[in-house]
Design a protein around this ligand. Structure first.
Ligand SMILES: NC(=O)c1ccc[n+]([C@@H]2O[C@H](COP(=O)([O-])OP(=O)(O)OC[C@H]3O[C@@H](n4cnc5c(N)ncnc54)[C@H](OP(=O)(O)O)[C@@H]3O)[C@@H](O)[C@H]2O)c1
Length: 326
């Protein structure tokens, strides 16, 4: 099969190449999927470049996320699953068979049925972003009736955080850096979108949250936003951070004590498997309800996987997908 792969860390142009490799067979408890779209995330270029290195087992086909059709199953897997449209998550975590290839092999629970009406593009956009959003929102219990602040609501994680929070009955305010991203966050369903560069951003969030304040913050830039977060949260609020900035923030301990805040950090690679499986089920239910929508899609062909990863590294707005024709 044709696959994008690398066998050492480096820039995309240096180490990522497309070549023929032996098509994998599904082992016990696994399925093989003919991939239609492979979803690209920041973690993919960070793993490939060595910025956050992950072990390479001979070679690595990148990308955790994807969508396609099951065409073979291993021992112990229901043969009726052959022919099923699925979305894939964490395909390349500790395994060489990522989704930037014509076929991928994954444990059966990582190939989740794609409801009728959900496009393959949307299916391939879910994995890392939607699972991260789910964990950030629900690790500390239900959010029905709560006020949630989603930082960076036009980003991939932010987009699904807004949609999942709204579906779960929360009021949602989101921050962005400009009008195009504001439009996107509003389209995802944010009740209020605030430009975090405006000097009165905290006042705008506070007046939306009311006297009670914000109960949950889904945060990706703790250093940049902690002052704003502390200015708008309710006592005992959760700030859940899922991204690292180039430099770690200095923690204002007294201000955090005054706010009685709980800080939580999320890294998908370490979230317990049962929580991820539960999240994948909830995400699929949300898909079936029509509660999740596509971000604007930027497509690349498989031969240009290096350019696709570079686009993500450069901060492409929307979702970067690699299209793999059947
Ligand atoms: N912990 C995990 O398991 C996990 C999982 C998924 C992603 N991540 C990490 O999370 C980050 C985002 O991933 P993504 O896929 O959502 O990326 P993305 O689609 O590129 O979105 C990032 C968004 O953050 C916004 N942003 C940047 N600085 C901001 C600030 N100070 N306040 C508010 N918004 C800000 C960006 O817009 P502006 O620059 O215009 O504001 C952009 O819309 C990446 O670093 C990624 O590696 C971690």
């Amino acid at each position: 099969m044709k696959a994008a792969l690398y066998d050492r860390y480096g820039s995309a142009r240096e180490v990522l190449r497309v070549e023929d490799v032996k098509r994998p067979e599904p082992g016990p408890g696994e399925v093989r999927v003919r991939v239609e779209f492979s979803g690209v995330n920041p973690t993919d270029w960070k793993s490939r470049s060595g910025a956050t290195p992950r072990p390479i087992d001979g070679f690595q086909i990148p990308h955790h996320d994807g969508a396609g059709v099951i065409d073979a199953v291993g021992a112990g897997v229901d043969p009726d699953r052959v022919g099923q449209r699925v979305w894939l998550w964490m395909a390349a975590a500790g395994r060489r068979w990522g989704t930037a290839a014509e076929w991928a092999v994954v444990p059966v629970y990582m190939a989740v049925p794609l409801p009728d009406g959900a496009s393959a593009e949307l299916g391939a956009s879910l994995g890392v972003p939607a699972l991260t959003a789910h964990r950030c929102l629900f690790a500390d219990g239900p959010i029905d009736g709560q006020t949630v602040l989603v930082a960076g609501g036009a980003g991939a994680v932010g987009h699904f955080a807004i949609e999942l929070a709204k579906r779960a009955g929360a009021r949602v305010v989101s921050t962005v850096s400009g009008p195009q991203k504001a439009e996107q966050a509003a389209k995802a369903g944010a009740d209020l979108v605030v430009n975090y560069r405006e000097p009165d951003a905290a006042d705008q969030v506070r007046s939306f949250a009311g006297a009670a304040g914000v109960d949950r913050v889904v945060e990706l830039a703790l250093g940049a936003n902690l002052q704003l977060d502390l200015a708008v949260i309710a006592p005992d609020a959760r700030i859940v951070c899922y991204a690292a900035e180039p430099a770690d923030p200095v923690l204002p301990v007294r201000a955090c004590m005054n706010a009685n805040v709980v800080l939580r950090f999320v890294l998908l690679y370490g979230v317990p498997a049962d929580a991820l499986i539960q999240a994948a089920g909830d995400i699929t239910d949300a898909l079936a309800d029509g509660a999740l929508t596509e971000l604007p899609v930027v497509r690349f062909p498989l031969d240009e996987t290096a350019a696709a990863q570079d686009a993500v590294e450069a901060g492409a707005v929307g979702k970067v997908l690699v299209a793999i024709p059947g």
